[in-house]
Write a protein that binds this ligand. Structure first.
Ligand code: NAP
Ligand code: 12T
Length: 350
């Protein structure tokens, strides 16, 4: 349990990463009540300093002894680091909000999106899991519709930005684009492909391409990312009867994930009713005026906190169906912001 205090000692595991640096910006923006901030990463970063509220902080090397005196751990250093080090943090008395996939489906670990299931956050045993980025933005948009009309089935196709896969992937796409732009014949067939040595992080070239694989393939021919969306959505919405299927695609966009979502509901919901429900939903902004070309796009969701929903229309192929286009900054609501909102919930209830 988190003890009530005026200010808290916070450790960030993976502080130098794509999500870690967002943790720092968002904690600062929201004036999170911090007494001491402890930045942790791998030995590769031991000479590095990061800025927080105008001051430089050294990065410490993560170890089992990193958590003494810490109240809250925000972890984003990969699932294997979470599995290895969070038990030590819990033993040291910390409450951990974990961004990795390590504990999300554990029965004893709440999986929380504050707009959907805030009360779950209070029944933890030291670890609370932050869902996958694609799951978070989907459930923020779908939960209000589920409450109104009961969702029976979800078909989701995601268009996920490279930043979701970490800092190195962002750099790889930048490099590929740079090399192609400098090549003299880049208008000709085959000339927008890069040399193999520029493809290290992703399994294929990502610049000017799409990759229909995120995370590893499983025995059922789906990827792990696709199955995370299935299982996590059911756990957060607290309804195992919802049928869900997903296709996850990596797109050459730097920040923000987009999703085309089709739902079938028990009760009829017109597009107008759905728009009304969503325009009152917490954390959602409806951007839906096709006649003036207004719909959500990743470039404009970058750096924002909300989940943007547009292209809301009835699925004319079934009785009770809707199609939606859902866009959000994957490093903010999809990761760091959601985790910080969970920490804020814990503080409010401490
Ligand atoms: P990233 O940019 O590659 O950063 C990884 C971070 O982890 C860096 O700070 C890195 O430190 C640190 N790290 C790596 N190996 C370490 C080790 N052995 N010991 C200590 N620290 C280590 O990746 P990211 O995109 O920020 O993602 C990190 C984690 O967040 C992953 O678990 C990912 O699954 C999760 N994530 C979740 C969501 C979500 O859906 N909610 C979204 C994105 C990412 P160095 O700089 O020293 O290498
Ligand atoms: N492989 O947190 O590659 O489970 O975009 C998030 C993002 C795993 C996760 C990605 C991933 C997660 C990615």
């Amino acid at each position: 349990m988190l003890k009530k205090r005026e200010q808290y000692n916070v450790a960030i595991m993976g502080a130098t990463g794509a999500v870690g640096t967002q943790f720092l910006s968002i904690l600062e923006e929201r004036n999170f009540p911090i007494k001491e901030i402890r930045l942790l990463a791998s030995g590769r970063s031991k000479e590095r300093k990061l800025k927080f509220k105008g001051k430089n902080y050294s990065v410490g090397v993560l170890s089992h002894d990193s958590f003494k005196g810490i109240d809250i751990v925000l972890s984003s250093a990969g699932a294997s680091r979470s599995k290895e080090f969070l038990p030590s943090a819990v033993k040291a008395g910390c409450v951990c909000v974990d961004n990795s996939s390590a504990f999300r489906m554990d029965k004893d670990v709440p999986l929380v999106v504050p707009e959907v299931n805030p009360r779950e956050a209070l029944h933890h045993k030291g670890i609370i899991a932050n869902p996958n980025c694609s799951t978070i933005q989907a459930v923020v948009a779908l939960w209000p519709l589920h409450r109104k009309a009961k969702i029976k089935r979800i078909v989701a196709s995601t268009y996920q930005s490279v930043s979701g896969a970490g800092q190195q992937k962002i750099l790889e796409m930048e490099k590929q684009i740079d090399v192609i732009n400098k090549s003299v014949d880049n208008w000709a067939v085959g000339h927008h492909s890069v040399d193999k040595f520029l493809i290290k992080e992703f399994s294929h070239q990502i610049a000017f391409n799409l990759i229909p694989q995120i995370d590893v393939f499983l025995e059922n021919a789906y990827t792990k990312e696709e199955m995370k969306l299935v299982h996590e959505t059911r756990k957060i919405m607290g309804d195992d009867s919802i049928r869900i299927t997903a296709t996850c695609i990596r797109v050459p966009v730097f920040f923000a994930h987009s999703e085309s979502i089709n739902i079938e509901t028990e009760k009829k919901l017109t597009a107008l009713e759905a728009k009304k429900v969503l325009s009152k939903a917490p954390g959602v902004i409806v951007v839906d005026d096709p006649s003036s070309g207004k719909y959500p796009m990743p470039l404009y969701a970058e750096g924002k906190n909300e989940v943007f929903v547009g292209r809301i229309r009835e699925d004319e192929s079934i009785e009770n169906g809707l199609n939606l286009w859902v866009v959000s900054d994957n490093l903010r609501k999809g990761a760091a912001l959601n985790a910080i909102q969970i920490a804020e919930l814990l503080i409010k209830n401490a």
